[in-house]
Design a protein around this ligand. Structure first.
Ligand code: CP
Ligand code: NVA
Length: 309
């Protein structure tokens, strides 16, 4: 049966750590100029219902570097659930390609692709989750802190897809996740309890002792009709140098990008020496190579061993 990466809570902590180890292994081999063509002859279909810079380019480059190829497919073109039913699209793709990456609105769309296609499916962001982002982010944290356990990650902003996947990753890593958000923008209470996360409505108090101050846009793709209201509701939930000064002395600033400079993050915070936002962006490539290598190549276990796990 095909294996997938739909959410980080659907994999166990061992798999999470395996993926990070393989990402580092592949990153080091790339730096040493060693080719890694484990996906020669394989094709990844990339379905995008929403725009992208990082996700599209990193998956496409990852497939090329692994010896395969990637196809970019616009959501409007295939019209999921409009032009054609998901179970038909999934089965057609599954007859032609060896993997699917999908960036979609509804989480049901990625689960539908996984259920019907017969090939590995990777969630490249849906309204609820962004697992590939959190994997790249934890690779980045490990590079900067030398560990991923025992960290305090404070997400300042909306309890959105990026925040949720980071909370899942914190649990696998043994780190603490704090959500600093205006009232009404957190996870639902059952989820907050199940994830063991803390919600705060005062960013200055929330960041005390934080190793990571994490930010994302206040209005996610698909929520544009709410942007005026959100702009008002999120005032004060901005990462700036004053907020950084209230966190741990070696704290880092992170942002999944794209950033709305002057809204959720200031220029000063983006450009700060302790901002690691572009390391995060680069690590999307290395983390996703690990995902594709493990899910789409026949010898996934061998590369996990080669990576020292
Ligand atoms: N962080 C991220 O997923 O960026 P894109 O939306 O540009 O892919
Ligand atoms: N929360 C943002 C993340 C973009 C990478 C969105 O969904 O638009």
């Amino acid at each position: 049966m095909a294996q997938h990466l739909l959410t980080l809570d659907a994999i166990d902590a061992k798999r999470f750590h395996d993926l990070l180890a393989v990402a580092t292994y592949l990153k080091n081999r790339r730096a040493a100029g060693v080719p890694e063509h484990a996906l020669a002859g394989k094709t990844l279909a990339m379905v995008f219902e929403k725009p992208s810079l990082r996700t599209r380019i990193s998956f496409e480059v990852a497939m090329t570097e692994l010896g395969g190829r990637a196809l970019y497919i616009r959501g409007e073109e295939i019209g999921i659930g409009k032009r054609e039913a998901i179970q038909d699209i999934a089965r057609v793709l599954g007859r032609m390609v060896q993997g699917i990456m999908a960036r979609v609105f509804r989480h049901d769309t990625v689960t539908g692709l996984a259920k019907w296609s017969g090939v590995p499916v990777v969630n490249g962001l849906c309204d609820l989750h962004h697992p590939c982002q959190a994997l790249g982010d934890f690779l980045t944290m490990r590079e900067h802190f030398g560990r991923i356990d025992g960290l305090t990650v404070v997400f300042v902003g909306d309890g959105n897809n990026v925040a949720r996947s980071l909370a899942h990753a914190c649990r696998h890593a043994g780190s603490r996740f704090v959500l600093a958000c205006p009232k009404g923008y957190g996870f639902d209470p059952a989820e907050t309890a199940a994830l063991g996360v803390t919600e705060h409505n005062d960013p200055a108090a929330a960041v005390a002792g934080a190793h990571v101050l994490y930010s994302d846009v206040w209005t996610s793709m698909g929520q544009e009709a709410e942007s005026a209201k959100r702009l008002k509701d999120f005032q004060g939930f901005q990462i700036d140098e004053a907020l950084l000064a209230k966190s741990a002395p070696d704290a880092r600033i992170m942002h999944c990008l794209p950033a709305h400079r002057g809204e959720e993050i200031t220029d000063g915070a983006m450009e700060h020496p302790r901002s690691i936002v572009f390391d995060q962006a680069e690590n999307r490539l290395h983390a996703q190579k690990a995902v594709l290598r493990l899910l789409m190549a026949a010898d996934g276990d061998a590369v996990v061993k080669a990576a020292g796990r």
